[in-house]
Design a protein around this ligand. Sequence first.
Ligand code: SF4
Length: 307
Amino acid sequence: MVAEKSERETSAAEKLISIAAEVASCHKCPLARTRTNTVPGEGSPTAEIMFVGEGPGRDEDESGRPFVGRAGKLLDELIASLPMRREDVYIANIVKCRPPNNRDPERAEVDQCSNYLTQQIEIIDPLVIVPLGRHALGWFMPELRITQSNGKIFRNGNRVLMPLLHPSSGLRNPEHMRMLRDGIHNLGDAILEGIRVRNQVVEHSQHPIERSHEPPQDRPSADLVAESVEANIEPQSTVVEQAEAVALTETVPTEKSESVVNIFERSQTQDEIQAELKRQRAIEAAQEAADKQEDKLVIDDRQASFF
Ligand code: SF4
């Protein structure tokens, strides 16, 4: 398990480095002419949480790193309140070069650049994406408004999104600062939703035939679409597909989900969370070995009955 994870980490890190190299030599849009440095993004290549801003500002352009100015310091503070470390998450922007005078990137610039972000998301495969600010949210779900979506959890295809106001807006507006500090604490729930969605996707790919059964009539799909309804938008898949997804969720052992909830509730630090997750994996491995042993004994019994 550990070897597999480190293999994935290595592979993801190599792919991200390759994208950063491509970005460094990119001249696909006019922003290449005015930039000092490209700002591809940084953080854990297998991060469970990915923060996405609109584009680099002056400090980021000078350093080549995302969110390092005053807004970046506030973002660090918000991450530390989870508790997590900046190194545990991935931070990127939609455009990788600074627009002059911090203007909004133009549509054509976003269109030229966003493929890099799409690739980064596919490689990192985070449980939750946190669009920071109106423009970043608009790239993912243009139908939403940032002030109404701050700290709420949305499903976007196979991804879970939890938008937050841009930290720079929190620095200017005390009410937005309060909303940011409140909103970030919903990330624990967003992570659990991300785990649920990932389990659904895995189940869907592993048991495509089992999906053909009728969804339970007494279990509405409202759970899955609640956030979309709250945002007054149409759900992305049909009601039948969502009801099937709910049924598939029910096949996931509840013990594992509860453990994850407990881990987040009782652990104080990131190290404690990691240690507890490792302990859970060891318990699962031991259980799996015991199940295999039991299966073997049953087979041995059956073979013995032949002689
Ligand atoms: S903003 Fe993106 S597309 Fe434009 S030059 Fe920079 S890396 Fe290339």
